[in-house]
Design a protein around this ligand. Structure first.
Ligand code: ADP
Ligand code: MG
Length: 349
């Protein structure tokens, strides 16, 4: 967003004195204003899933994501192999959300001195699993000692043939689509943390797997980009409510989502029932599903959805419509009444 004339970037963010008051989004917005317009060659700067820069021979995509022990993962509920695999997968997902192809990764690693060498080997085995699956080469990184908890910071470089699909571009009347299912990761986390549940092991396994190792939708994202039919796209890392809010904010639009249209797996519903939770709340606010949310004109949306499913086997669901900005972002229940939905994850909230 451009800085308004006469506005001091240092004071934007209003009167917030701490990050708790400012929030994660407020902080990023403040940094964006402070840094000002992006330099020459920057096609997409702050405010999307990855940055895009013009490079001889094509467009480079760059993204970085950090995983912190006890925030993003717990050693009690994830193996080192799973932690490594997920750390790279969530970065791959941001490249997928631009419609690109992931290629080269760097890993900055902070480990407590008491860490077991074998665990570090397992971490790299997990990184290797995801790298091999998506054609990524791990080409370097950085190592230092952590006080007591592990930190993994991954930088991933990818490429896109033509224009990346941005968070900017959704238009009122566009159809909102989502790949796969929503809420399974939140169901998996609940299953891991809340102990034994009266649910068949195969059901628990399915949701735990969705949480421990999300599948980035690279092939699906590339089809969305190549179609030129999509107007905007984001990956669902922080939950539908928050991430659709990013498309709305960046595109200057509102949105209506029908809760009854949200794709929720039978396994997620079973776990929700056992815990007395509304599965729609996991689907809207749970986060970490790493599905792709995208928008397209209604005339092209159905054909695009069908092509993705035909070529990848991944289901694609129509969940709502982009509205004028004045409508805000709304979630409607079966009777058409707006339902208040909890926002997704904010690091400082
Ligand atoms: P995602 O959830 O897709 O990984 P983020 O919420 O992490 O996206 O980031 C949104 C945007 O803000 C991205 O363009 C990212 O590069 C930018 N961003 C996040 N943190 C910072 C920071 N500390 N400095 C500059 N840009 C940042
Ligand atoms: Mg993202």
């Amino acid at each position: 967003m451009p800085v308004a004339a006469g506005e001091d970037p240092a004071t934007s963010g209003d009167r917030a004195a701490t990050l708790r008051e400012l929030g994660e989004r407020g902080l990023i917005e403040r940094i964006r204003r402070r840094l000002g317009p992006p330099g020459e060659g920057v096609l997409v700067g702050i405010g999307d899933d990855a940055a895009a820069v013009a490079w001889p021979g094509g467009t480079l995509l760059l993204t970085t994501d950090t995983l912190l022990e006890d925030i993003h993962f717990r050693r009690a509920t994830a193996s080192f192999r799973e932690i490594g695999a997920k750390a790279l997968a969530v970065n791959v997902s941001d490249i997928a959300a631009m419609g690109g192809e992931p290629r080269f990764a760097l890993l900055a690693l902070a480990l407590p001195p008491s860490s077991r060498v074998e665990d570090v080997d397992d971490l790299y085995a997990g990184l290797g699993d995801t790298a091999a699956r998506h054609g990524v080469s791990l080409i370097g990184g950085d190592t230092c000692a952590a006080h007591d908890r592990i930190v993994l910071g991954i930088t991933l470089v990818g490429g896109v043939d033509g224009d990346p699909v941005r968070r900017v571009g959704a238009r009122p009347g566009d159809t909102i689509l989502v790949t796969g299912t929503l809420g399974a990761s939140a169901a998996g986390l609940a299953a891991l943390e809340r102990g034994p549940l009266p649910v068949p092991e195969a059901v628990l396994d399915a949701v735990r797997r969705a949480h421990r190792l999300p599948t980035p939708r690279v092939a699906e994202g590339r089809l969305v980009q190549a179609s030129r039919a999509a107007t905007a796209m984001i990956d669902l890392s922080d939950g539908l409510a928050t991430d659709l809010g990013h498309i709305a904010a960046e595109s200057g639009v509102g949105a209506t989502v029908r809760l009854a249209a949200l794709p929720i797996s039978g396994e997620t519903r079973r776990v929700a029932e056992a815990l007395g939770v509304d599965p729609a709340a996991w689907a809207t606010s749970g986060g970490e599903d790493y599905e792709l949310l995208f928008t397209a004109a209604p005339a092209q949306a159905t054909a695009l959805a069908r092509r993705i499913t035909d070529e990848t086997g991944t289901p694609v669901s129509v969940i709502g419509t982009i509205e004028p900005v004045a409508a805000g972002v709304r979630f409607l229940d079966e009777t058409g009444r707006p339902r208040v939905v909890r926002p997704g994850f904010d690091h400082f909230a």
